[in-house]
Write a protein that binds this ligand. Structure first.
Ligand code: ADP
Ligand code: ASP
Ligand code: MG
Length: 920
């Protein structure tokens, strides 16, 4: 790799440093082997090992000692002792694994540090990305007696060798490489011991996995020197002292660490110090770690020890986002966070910051800034004390009550329930005592105020031990029935909303729960702390991302995103897709509705796309990229889409098979919009089941276009019913085809001539008998009748068919059309009779609510009647109600054709969006 090196570097390096001593210390240090072996479960005396160790160092390890980097000095004694200055002159920077993932990135970090204007700096560095995982894996392999650990360690060796060779030269390079070599030799010896024992103590493991930081710190320190800035590195095991806690964490010992730091600094008075993240020592001088992702914590402790002005955590994102940007693409950067908010966010899973990071800096009021190493132009997120924020950001609560959302996956809920718990003091403490005995970590607790149940979440991997401990602890109570159960609900996730303004704003939980309900997500448990910095809910694991997106968009974007699946891209479906294409941008910009067509399925092919099909090219895409149609797969794709909180299926077919799935789809939480009449006019019990489900759930089923295409008929009827009006009768011309035929039947042409004309113009179904039979009108009648509450089946509707009885059996359309003129006489006669009475013939549907019946028939209307005034294929529907008694409420307009039907479907989709929260 060709790196352009600043000229200053060439001479820089170790020589340019302060008084430096040749080290007798190595990356393992004096203490290491002896103390490490002390923790081995073996009978060899530690003193013996220590002697062996020392001998080894004198002989075999000699070169290793000599090869130690020149900037490493022993902590024991030094010629001149310097006093550690503490305070504002220090700034702490922490670089995460991704920041130092390659030689280019390390070089970039070195440049950032070289250019940082702070007077004095501490640079805490993580291991190169993935290296800690690789090291843990080595230990794992060795423990399992899998000798591939040998090749695996060679890979780690190679990675660092290559990186150092890219970045360093001359002495620095040679020294690092021989240090690396001897570290690898030691690790091999250590891993061999683990391999033989088939077991690694915690110290062994911590010793091994800490090497990633030891190496990255040395490479980075040398790279900074190469940028011309004098710099030394610190093995933080010589400085940081921590004590393990029962909950698999560590507590820093500030007094001991402070003392050690002063001692260290007295011999290493550098203005720029590169310190290893992640690693530390116990008070017994055993190597330990701050646990996974602990380098952030290291940096915060360093900030506190140096009393630094600021701690900057450099990572690969622009700051703290309102939600994990990998899960919510619309997440936004938060400019400021209070310590508490940052703590809550990180505790509940925002891994941009290790949760324990906050404590040391908060104590000393040191701000933390999260910044992106790959985007220096972004100012990042500043985390600091509340009161400063309150003064500056008083507007903040208005804009975003909830600051952010985070999730923790892989948790299980434990529910301890029973009437015997109420009013019995000490039950909760007995429960949590049992949980503590198995060292499980309780993430959240929720107790019903009736005290009948205590419910809490623990990591999934700890739940079986917890359940067992509880069964044991409460054996007697369970047997006596005082406790009814200790129940475990597996595969859950915690979803937390965080924000300190929540405390002063009513309705936050309601909005949160509502957003989850609208996304059809069931909440298993709820907790809200008294601090009201967070509201936590437990949901099923599979709902976690969907829930996160639903609540995020509800609070942050007020944008309603809908995944749309279209079934049947024929005449109506295709027109709808074109309308959606033309209107999408306006909807998004002006109405905050983001419609994404994530699937289109026809009878033969389908296309699927998680983020939305390009509607400019949907026809071509279907032709070129379509896969064989598979309705089940199509539904799975729509339902499994975690990117969008809401899904709607638009059934543009006339298929009675498709509608059989509606119930299941609604149950899964997918909304349905359709112009297909088959569901609402099908068997009554199925219809009632569907409507019942719709009423009980937050899932919507809209079917305006089943009657009168785009005309507001169903919605008008609903409006009347919901406002307490009483429907007496609905009467109307519901068929565009029959409307056209009778509007044209004025005596100039015969009935059969008009039918032929209508057929040729494409107004009829391919077989005109489908229109003339009256069944289509009967379906509309029954839809409206059922909407009014009548419990009728399709066969209860009396239908006067206009297909002459003898022609019902015609085997072909041609035969029917050919024979139809034979029956012209009869209908012409009816028309003439009516005409002579000043009347016209109209083919109508009637819902007679009072008589509890529906009819479809040819009726006569006075020429003055609104039904006689129609043009073309218009529909007209008259509602006679208690309110509209003298003059019926009339809805009239074009009620057939692809454009208006698709328009009706489209408006149902928008109605759905507004139900889901889009602004009106
Ligand atoms: P590092 O190696 O630098 O410590 P981490 O992987 O530990 O980086 O943390 C940074 C990552 O945290 C980001 O890449 C981002 O994907 C993830 N993350 C999760 N939640 C959030 C959030 N709310 N804001 C920012 N990043 C987040
Ligand atoms: N390298 C350690 C880890 O991967 C610590 C850190 O990066 O924060 O867990
Ligand atoms: Mg991290």
């Amino acid at each position: 790799m060709a790196l352009s090196l600043p000229p200053a570097f060439v001479k820089g390096g170790a020589e340019s440093l302060h008084k430096q001593h040749l080290a007798s210390k190595t990356s393992i240090g004096n203490r290491s082997f002896g103390s490490l072996f002390r923790s081995l479960p073996c009978r060899v005396s530690p003193s013996k090992l220590k002697v062996e160790d020392k001998n080894k160092r004198r002989t075999g390890f000699h070169t290793y000692v000599e090869a130690t980097l020149a900037d490493v000095v022993p902590t024991e004694k030094c010629a001149t002792e310097y006093t550690l200055p503490q305070g504002e002159m220090w700034s702490v920077h922490k670089f995460g694994g991704t920041c130092v993932a390659s030689s280019e990135r390390i070089w970039n970090v070195a440049r950032i540090i070289a250019e940082d204007p702070s007077e004095k700096k501490v640079v805490v560095v993580s291991a190169m990305s993935k290296v800690t995982d690789m090291l843990y894996d080595l230990v794992q392999k060795a423990q399992c007696r899998d000798d591939s650990y040998i090749t695996a360690i060679d890979q780690v060796h190679e990675k660092h060798k290559a990186t150092a060779s890219d970045l360093l030269e001359g002495d620095d390079l040679n020294k690092f490489l021989s240090q690396l070599q001897s570290d690898v030799n030691n690790l091999k010896a250590m891993l061999r011991a683990i391999y033989i024992a088939g077991h690694a103590t915690e110290s062994f493991s911590d010793y091994v996995v800490g090497h990633g930081e030891l190496w990255s710190a040395q490479i980075l320190a040398a790279s900074i020197r190469k940028h011309g800035l004098p710099c030394t590195w610190m093995d933080t095991r010589d400085v940081l002292v921590v004590a393990p806690t029962t909950s698999n964490q560590v507590d820093p010992d500030y007094v001991a660490s402070d003392e050690k730091l002063k001692k260290w600094y007295s011999c290493n008075p550098a203005d720029t110090i590169v310190a290893t993240g992640f690693i530390a020592s116990t008070k017994d001088n055993l190597p330990t770690t701050l646990k996974r992702d602990g380098s952030d914590f290291s940096a915060a402790i360093m900030g506190a020890l140096f009393r630094a002005r600021q701690v900057t955590i450099w990572t690969d994102v622009d700051g703290v986002y309102s939600a994990d940007p990998r899960k919510v693409s619309e997440a936004v950067i938060l400019n400021t966070l209070s310590y508490q908010e940052a703590w809550e966010m990180s505790y509940f899973g925002a891994n941009v910051l290790h949760p324990r990071t906050i404590i040391p800096v908060m104590k000393n009021n040191i701000p933390i800034v999260i910044r992106n190493v790959f985007n220096l132009s972004s100012p990042g997120t500043k985390i600091r004390r509340e009161s400063i924020m309150e003064a500056e950001d008083s507007e903040l609560c208005v804009d975003s009550v909830v600051k952010g959302f985070a999730t923790i996956d892989n948790v299980a809920l434990v529910n301890v329930e029973g009437t015997g718990m109420a009013g019995v003091p000490g039950t909760a403490s007995a429960i949590f005592g049992a949980v503590k005995d198995v060292d499980a970590n309780v993430i959240m607790i929720s107790q019903a105020s009736s005290e009948h149940s205590v419910c809490f979440a623990v990591p999934e991997k700890e739940v079986s031990a917890v359940a067992e401990a509880l069964q044991k602890r409460f054996k007697q109570a369970l047997e006596a029935g005082r406790l009814s159960k200790v129940e475990v609900i597996h595969d859950c996730s915690i979803l937390a909303a965080v924000g300190q303004c929540m405390a002063s704003t009513p309705g936050v939980s309601a909005t949160l729960f509502n957003a989850l309900a609208k996304a059809n997500i069931n909440i298993r448990a709820i907790a809200q702390g008294c601090s009201e910095y967070n509201i936590t809910v437990v949901v099923k694991r599979e709902d976690s991302i969907k829930g996160l997106r639903a609540v995020h968009s509800r609070f942050y974007l007020s944008k309603t995103t809908l995944a749309v699946g279209i079934i049947g891209p024929g005449l109506i479906g295709g027109t709808l897709l074109d309308q959606l294409r033309d209107q999408a941008a306006v909807l998004k910009e002006e109405f905050n509705i983001d419609l994404r067509i994530t699937g289109i399925i026809g009878s033969k092919t389908m296309i699927l796309n998680d983020l939305g099909i390009d509607l400019q090219a949907w026809r071509e895409l279907r032709k070129e990229k379509g896969e064989p149609a598979d309705l089940e797969k199509f539904i799975q794709h729509l339902h499994g889409n975690n990117f969008m909180p809401n899904t709607v299926i638009v059934d543009c077919t006339a298929d009675s098979e498709v509608v059989k799935n509606y119930y299941q789809w609604l149950r899964k939480g997918m909304h349905i919009v359709t112009p297909n009449k088959k569901a609402n006019s099908g068997p009554l019990d199925q219809y009632l089941k569907l409507r019942n489900l719709q009423r009980r759930s937050y899932t919507h089923y809209f079917y305006e276009a089943t009657v009168g295409a785009g005309l507001p008929i169903v919605s008008t009827l609903r409006g009347l019913l919901e406002t307490g009006d009483k429907i007496l009768r609905i009467e109307g011309i519901f068929s565009g085809t029959l409307s056209f035929i009778f509007n044209s039947f004025s005596g100039q042409e015969t009935f059969s001539q008009i039918v032929t004309k209508a057929k040729e113009a494409g107004y009829t179904e391919p077989d005109p008998r489908d229109d003339l039979s009256g069944m289509d009108v009967a379906r509309k009648v029954i839809i409206l009748a059922r909407e009014c509450g009548l419990k009728l089946e399709l066969h209860d509707i009396s239908v006067q068919s206009l297909v002459p009885e003898p022609l019902k059996g015609c085997t072909s359309v041609e035969e029917f059309m050919h024979k139809l003129p034979e029956f012209d006489y009869e209908i012409s006669k009816q028309r003439e009779d009516a005409d002579s009475n000043g009347e016209v013939l109209r083919y109508v549907g009637v819902v007679d609510v009072l008589a509890n019946e529906g009819r479809v028939e040819l009726r006569k209307y006075s020429k003055a009647h609104p039904f006689a005034q129609l043009y073309g294929s218009d529909n007209i529907i008259a509602f006679t109600t208690k309110r509209y008694h003298k003059q019926p409420l009339i809805v009239r307009g074009p009620g057939a054709g692809a454009e208006v039907t698709a328009g009706g479907v489209f408006s149902d989709i928008l109605r759905l969006a507004s139900y889901l929260g889009a602004p009106s």
